[in-house]
Write a protein that binds this ligand. Structure first.
Ligand SMILES: Cc1ncc(COP(=O)(O)O)c(C=O)c1O
Length: 407
């Protein structure tokens, strides 16, 4: 397939330079998963503001990636930026001393998240899920983990097995989403061995009614903990995350992403008796005590709490989903609009070459029209997106479907 009209000479220049020195870039030609749908995707960005990113070639895009979800209020949101800059100017790396922001943020999280008696602050999502699993192992004296969804890159949940020791791989079991029998049979096959179930509450499909509570009941009945990985749902689907939205409470739950509008901070929250095991293990990092990211989180959560930002995101998402569903129907595209309105996605039928080609042409065309939709990952909306952004994006989708339909 030939290159689309939008060209990226500066991006290509940086890519060439990167290939010899940037080990990450050297292992891949494309920034997304290797997939022809990457054609026409910009690689290097120069700046981001509100709902938009500008690449190094000056092309402006409406951004539905939002850094894989964190940027819930929009890029460089002024109030969050101000809080970070003010904290930075006061100095931000003074471990082993603690900063009062740590207390304020822990108080805030325990106020807004169901079941959060305490909060432990870390840096990344993988830090948080790994810490939660360690705590569950200490609490139960068991090794095995039963999990669903993406939970990070660390050994116990690495999506690919290369470099992970076999005993670690065999200590991680998986179950099938919305299939309660798969949870039951994992516990039946490994009695008294499973320390915890850890899961995202959804990726595309919503949980079946009662499913999350059933998983929790089964886990607890077998002496295991139930950990909800709220990385994508937290501070997005509701202020209190999936736990508030779906009416379930994890023994522990893990947050990052939208919690601080793009600044690196994460948290494990939940039962105080489980979090007390922090006193029996070593889990700490040089940067866990830095208050700038805490200031970002306090400000972000405050805005989400005091404004209708999350309701607006949901409404915009509904408009996007409704519009896209109508287009898919009208153009008779073999594809399905999936996901909750706050994080929708379009799955193409890729069972044959024509289907794969349709997907490539769709994503190439929408990017060419200045809309960044990820071909292989759910999309996100922010409070900075407008009705107009959504309509422009739907127009780009329409033009992509036009192209597909007309050969
Ligand atoms: C559900 C979920 N859990 C855990 C993680 C890991 O977070 P991080 O990439 O910050 O380590 C992610 C990241 O995408 C995620 O989506």
């Amino acid at each position: 397939m030939s290159r689309p009209e939008v060209m990226f000479p500066s991006s290509e220049k940086w890519s060439r330079r990167a290939r010899t020195v940037d080990a990450w870039a050297a292992t891949r030609d494309q920034i997304l998963e290797v997939d022809a749908a990457n054609l026409g995707y910009p690689v290097y960005f120069e700046r981001a503001s509100g709902a938009h990113v500008w690449d190094v070639d000056g092309n402006r895009f409406i951004d539905f990636n939002l850094g894989y979800g964190p940027v819930v209020l929009g890029h460089a949101e002024p109030r969050v930026l101000d809080a970070v800059v003010r904290q930075m100017a006061q100095g931000t790396c003074a471990s082993p001393l603690w900063h009062p922001r740590q207390v304020e943020l822990a108080e805030l999280m325990t106020e807004v998240i169901p079941g959060a008696e305490q909060a432990y602050l870390l840096r990344t999502g993988s830090d948080a899920t790994t810490a939660a699993v360690r705590l569950a192992r200490i609490h139960t004296g068991r090794d095995k983990v039963l999990r669903w969804g993406y939970n990070g890159w660390h050994d116990w949940c690495a999506p690919r097995p290369e470099g992970v020791p076999d005993p670690t791989l065999s200590n991680t079991l998986k179950f099938t989403y919305n299939d309660i029998e798969s949870v039951r049979s994992a516990f039946a096959a490994h009695p008294d061995e499973i320390a915890c179930v850890i899961m995202m509450s959804y990726e595309y499909d919503a949980p079946a009614p009662g499913f999350l509570n059933q998983v929790k009941e089964i886990a607890n009945a077998h002496g295991a903990l139930f950990i909800l990985d709220e990385m994508r749902s937290g501070f997005r689907i509701a202020l209190g995350g999936a736990q508030e939205h779906f009416g379930v409470v994890g023994d522990l739950s893990t947050f990052s992403k939208a919690m601080a509008n793009g600044y690196p901070i994460s948290a494990v929250v939940g039962r105080a008796d489980v979090l007390a095991h922090l006193g029996r293990t070593h889990m700490s990092s040089t940067f866990y005590g830095n208050p700038a990211e805490m200031a970002a989180a306090i400000t972000t959560i405050g805005i989400l709490r005091e404004t209708d930002a999350l309701a607006r995101i949901r409404r915009l998402g509904e408009t996007f989903v409704d519009g896209l569903t109508e287009l898919v129907r009208a153009y008779e595209i073999p594809a399905e609009v999936v996901g909750l309105p706050v994080s929708p996605f379009l799955i193409f039928d890729e069972s044959d070459t024509a289907g794969c080609d349709r997907k490539v042409r769709f994503f190439t065309e929408v990017v060419r029209r200045g809309v960044l939709l990820h071909p292989n990952h759910q999309w996100f909306l922010s409070a900075a997106h407008t009705e107009e952004d959504v309509q422009i994006s739907l127009d780009a989708c329409r033009s992509a479907f036009d192209l597909i339909s007309n050969g």
